[in-house]
Ligand binder design. Structure first.
Ligand code: NAP
Length: 306
């Protein structure tokens, strides 16, 4: 099956490219420079050309403006990329009769619920990033009836910037790291998101007439605080002889950020499991795989091999 995915070096993009190579899916990326989503006018022509050349059976929009704090200062750019361009990607797919998967976020919720969020809960974003992603969901749904919106959370991977690598880098120079302990969410391996996309693609391939279009939560199976996530990261790194530091739990009030983040953004992903017969691997396993890949990449860099 051929899948066209937006973005080039993003965590989810690279994870899907890798999983595609392992599972026989043909994945092609589209992004800058020919399609700069900060300029939504570039999206339709670039998407049309890529669809005509590659003839995909599915389009995935994984490109996004993900700098949550910076988005507070650049709302126009965040909305251009996360909302208007997402809508254009959906339109381009719909024009070609293709289904589309949009990746969205736990930050569409305000965090006040006492329990994991379901797809039926009402979003109420507290940040520009969250609002732009919610508007993206709306425009994708309006632009393409054959849409799947997969909300994920706290993405980590061996690629690009993420919490796990940030912690490992900090531990190289510090004995103790202060980490927020009063925000709870589901850390999600980018490989799990890629595998979830592939599970949905397989279902579409086998039974397109019975696809459960709509919104699904697709996140790691275990909820924890950032401090707990850091503690587990260091434990696993130490077990492999990698960097580790002591975690000092702090509160959100001690660590002010520009964007307001939900205190509870736990996602219940059971609807996804029921619909697509797939669920994310245990957190321990996901983290182990990613830390091993990060350490292997570091070792290759240190020895100058590729
Ligand atoms: N990271 C998280 O913790 C998190 C949490 C919840 C939901 N999500 C959602 O999950 C999805 C994937 O996130 P991620 O962590 O993989 O993101 P990421 O690593 O930050 O990558 C962002 C991707 O978007 C592309 N992009 C950014 N600006 C662009 C522009 N102007 N034109 C074209 N492409 C542009 C980047 O292109 P280049 O390759 O050219 O740099 C990159 O491929 C996003 O929808 C995000 O909102 C992420």
């Amino acid at each position: 099956m051929r899948i066209l995915i937006t973005g080039r070096q993003g965590q989810v993009v690279q994870a899907l490219v890798q999983r595609g190579a392992q599972t026989g899916f043909d994945i092609k990326t589209i992004g800058r420079p020919e399609m700069d989503m900060a300029n939504p006018g570039t999206v339709l022509p670039a998407m049309r050309a890529a669809i005509a050349a590659f003839q995909p059976q599915l389009v995935v929009n994984a490109a996004a403006y993900t700098a949550v704090d910076q988005a507070e200062d650049e709302p126009e750019t965040a909305f251009a990329i996360n909302a208007h361009s997402a809508g254009e990607v959906a339109r381009a797919a719909a024009d070609a009769g293709l289904p589309m998967i949009q990746i969205s976020t736990d930050y569409v919720f305000d965090g006040t619920k006492d329990g994991p969020y379901l797809e039926t809960d009402t979003p109420n974003p507290q940040s520009v990033y969250g609002a732009s992603k919610l508007e993206g969901e709306r425009l994708v749904a309006a632009g393409n009836a054959q849409h799947l919106i997969f909300r994920t959370a706290w993405v980590y991977s061996p690629y690009g910037k993420d919490f796990v690598k940030t912690m490992l880098r900090l531990a190289e120079t510090r004995d103790e790291v202060s980490v927020v302990a009063d925000q709870i969410g589901n850390p999600t391996s980018a490989y799990d998101i890629a595998d979830g996309i592939i599970a949905a693609a397989k279902k579409f391939e086998q039974d397109p007439a019975n696809m459960p279009w709509g919104t699904f939560h697709l996140a790691g199976p275990e909820a924890m605080s950032w401090a707990e996530f850091a503690t587990r990261t260091f434990a696993d790194s130490a077990a492999k002889g990698g960097p580790a530091a002591k975690v000092k739990p702090v509160s959100t009030a001690d660590y002010p950020t520009k964007a307001k983040r939900p205190a509870n953004s736990r996602l219940d992903s059971s609807r996804f499991a029921l619909a697509f017969g797939w669920q994310a691997v245990a957190s321990e396993e996901g983290l182990k795989a990613v830390i091993a890949a990060v350490m292997a990449a570091d070792a290759r860099q240190n020895t100058g091999t590729r």
